[in-house]
Design a protein around this ligand. Structure first.
Ligand code: T46
Length: 143
C-alpha cells in the first residue's frame, strides 16, 4: 500500500472482502458505507494497453468519485493546488476517494488494467475544469 495521502480531499477506501478459497473473492461497496456518497453512476475504463496512455487531466467542481483498479495497476497523480502526490493503485479492493477540486491524472497503466469508477452524480461536462490554469484560478477564488 502507498504511504498516507497528503493532498486535500482524497483518502483511501478499503472494501471488505469475502474470500472463497479456490472459488475466488467478493469485494463489496455500499452507499454511505465504504462509499461516502450515494452512487448515481458507475463506469469503467479498459483497453489501456498503450503504455503512453494518459487520462484525467481535470478536476471536478462538485462530483465525488471512488476509483478502483479492479485488474492490473496504474498510477493516479493528485494535485490540490498546493500539494502533489502519486498513488499506485494495484489492489482490487483498495480504491481512492477523489473529493471535489482535485486535479487528477491517470497513467502508467498495466496492459490488463481496468479502472472502475463509482460517482456521486450523472455525467455533466459543466462540472469539469479541464485547464490547469482555470483550476488554480477556481480554487484561488474560493480561498
Ligand atoms: C474522471 C476520471 C477518473 C461521457 O459521456 N459520460 C461519462 O460518464 C464519462 C465518464 C465520460 N463521457 C465522455 C466525455 C468525453 O467526451 O467520454 C469522453 C471521455 O471522458 P474523459 O476525457 O473525461 O475521460 P477520463 O478518463 O479522462 O475521465 C474520466 C471521467 O470523465 C472523469 O470524471 O474523474 O475518469
Amino acid at each position: 500500500m502507498n504511504d498516507e495521502i497528503i493532498v486535500k480531499n482524497a483518502r483511501f477506501v478499503k472494501l471488505n472482502t469475502i474470500v472463497d478459497g479456490i472459488d475466488g473473492t467478493i469485494a463489496v461497496a455500499e452507499n454511505f458505507n465504504q462509499i461516502p456518497f450515494e452512487i448515481k453512476r458507475a463506469y469503467y475504463i479498459y483497453n489501456l494497453g498503450n503504455s503512453k496512455a494518459v487520462r484525467g487531466k481535470h478536476a471536478h467542481k462538485k462530483l465525488e468519485q471512488v476509483l478502483f483498479c479492479i485488474s492490473g495497476s496504474c498510477e493516479i497523480g493528485l494535485d490540490d493546488g498546493e500539494n502533489q502526490q502519486a498513488i499506485l493503485l494495484d489492489k482490487p479492493n483498495i480504491g481512492i476517494h477523489l473529493g471535489i477540486e482535485l486535479w487528477h491524472t491517470m497513467k502508467k497503466f498495466s496492459p490488463n488494467c481496468i479502472l472502475l469508477v463509482l460517482a456521486s452524480d450523472v455525467y455533466d461536462e459543466s462540472d469539469y475544469i479541464r485547464s490547469y490554469d482555470d483550476f488554480i484560478d477556481y480554487i484561488g477564488k474560493k480561498k
